[in-house]
Design a protein around this ligand. Structure first.
Ligand SMILES: [Zn+2]
Length: 193
């Protein structure tokens, strides 16, 4: 029986690779802690065999999508987006719910952003407020109180921060809307060409 002794290991400088079918330096093999090769194949042959098995199974890695048609990647991306949109259109309640949850989470995680947004809104409303009369101020308060009493919201007919226009924070630019109509309107306002 062949026994590997420490002396044998110390003297061992070459090892037989079953795949190369020849003696190779022990440094070409993976070695046990005591210096004896772990396998009957050299490192290179082990790597090549792994590669062959992977490509057989179609598991070759493709860093950065290399080897894939960029047009196919783009088509897949666009189709994915379309599927998401179609799902959203088919599930409006769950989409709205997800949006609300997302906004809530964002607000919780970004309190500074919310502060900046709110103070910009207040500043806009101040800038948009005409040096008014006490009558106008009472009128605006009455509109807000009415909306509150009805469980509705006050909307600026011409938005304060519209894309093409900026309305004023003045009674004649206020209207009372339901929450859903108000959020559907957002800051849009059709400007005649
Ligand atoms: Zn080999």
């Amino acid at each position: 029986m062949f026994v590997v002794t420490p002396e044998l290991i110390r003297e061992k400088t070459t090892h037989y690779c079953n795949s190369c079918e020849g003696e190779k330096s022990v440094t070409d093999f993976y070695l046990r802690p005591d210096g004896y090769p772990t396998k009957k194949l050299c490192k290179q042959c082990i790597r090549e065999r792994q590669k062959a098995t992977r490509s057989e199974r179609g598991l070759m890695r493709r860093p950065n999508g290399a080897g894939r048609d960029p047009e196919a990647i783009e088509t897949r991306r666009v189709e994915g987006l379309k599927r998401v949109k179609a799902w959203s259109a088919a599930n409006p309640e769950r989409t709205a719910e997800a949006r609300r949850e997302g906004a809530k989470r964002f607000a919780k995680e970004n309190p500074a952003h919310v502060n900046a947004y709110n103070s910009a809104r207040r500043a806009r409303s101040r800038l948009a407020t005409l040096p008014g009369t006490a009558f106008n101020e009472r009128w605006i308060k009455a509109i807000y109180a009415t909306a509150r009493g009805l469980g509705l919201q006050v909307d600026h007919v011409i938005p304060l921060n519209g894309v093409n226009v900026s309305g004023l924070h003045t009674p004649l630019n206020l209207q009372i809307l339901s929450k859903s109509r108000n959020s559907a309107k957002s800051n849009t306002f059709a400007v005649a060409a």
